[in-house]
Design a protein around this ligand. Structure first.
Ligand code: DX5
Ligand code: ZN
Length: 239
């Protein structure tokens, strides 16, 4: 199981300290939400912030691009220290596959995100190319929103595909994740949990991470099958 605190909920005046706090909490990944004011109605931060955080935090950097033109950002984020770059399925067929190839060519892991109103079937053609599938459990743009329970069957479907097709992508959830909703997602097959408010807004993040991990492990229907963070990308491409 991977827990990924989302820096969006951190004190933005102290990002370096907050990243260190996340690293000390026992969480494996740091989730970095990139918003462009166009794909979503909010602006967060860019590649320079990631580059500044890279030397102070050894965690796996999970970069979630909520951006209309991710192609102009892939290289800066790759160079800035992203370990994985997630793009959105809503960008459309014509964009998604070339973006997946580009992320791979930069030597980074590839994630694909699906928003709550988007049918999970939209992700199916890409599954074998992914290291991670992100089922959004809020409409992206802001932290602190309530979990949308109607997204849970999408997690179950994504987990079913993974088993049927013998694939090993991680199955991530993001938005409104608390101990209760994390348990619901873990029971549905999720293995990677992004949590902003419920981790960064706790004075003792380490205790919060330990508790969340215990709860998701207890709720998981079976041992994990997803790839380990350290493993190389699932497929190599020639360009
Ligand atoms: C939503 C972002 C999330 C967000 C989650 O737009 O993609 O990563 O930070 O925040 P919480 O956990 O507060 O819902
Ligand atoms: Zn996110």
């Amino acid at each position: 199981m991977v827990i990924a605190p989302s820096l969006l909920a951190a004190n933005s005046g102290k990002f370096a300290d907050e990243a260190r706090r996340a690293a000390r909490s026992g969480a494996e990944w740091l989730h970095l939400d990139i918003m462009d004011g166009h794909f979503v109605q909010n602006i967060s931060f860019g590649p320079d912030v990631v580059k500044t955080l890279r030397p102070v935090c050894k965690m796996f950097f999970d970069v979630h691009l909520m951006c209309s033109q991710p192609e102009i950002l892939l290289e800066p984020f790759a160079k800035g220290g992203a370990d994985q770059i997630i793009i959105h399925a809503e960008l459309g067929e014509a964009q998604v596959m070339p973006l997946i190839w580009k992320i791979r060519s930069l030597g980074k892991k590839v994630g694909l995100a699906v928003n709550p109103p988007t049918p999970i079937a939209v992700a199916e053609p890409y599954l074998k190319h992914l290291d991670l599938l992100l089922v959004m459990t809020v409409n992206p743009g802001f932290g602190g929103q309530p979990f949308i329970h109607e997204c849970v069957p999408k997690i179950q479907q994504a987990d079913e595909w993974r088993r049927e097709q013998k694939l090993r992508y991680r199955l991530e959830v993001d938005g409104g994740i608390t101990n209760e909703t994390a348990a619901e997602c873990a029971a549905a097959g999720a293995d990677t949990f992004v949590a902003g408010t419920s981790l960064f807004r706790k004075p003792n993040m380490k205790a919060a991470v330990t508790k969340m991990r215990k709860i998701i492990n207890a709720a998981a229907p079976r041992p994990e099958v997803a790839v380990a963070t350290e493993e190389p990308p699932v497929a190599a491409y020639n360009f």
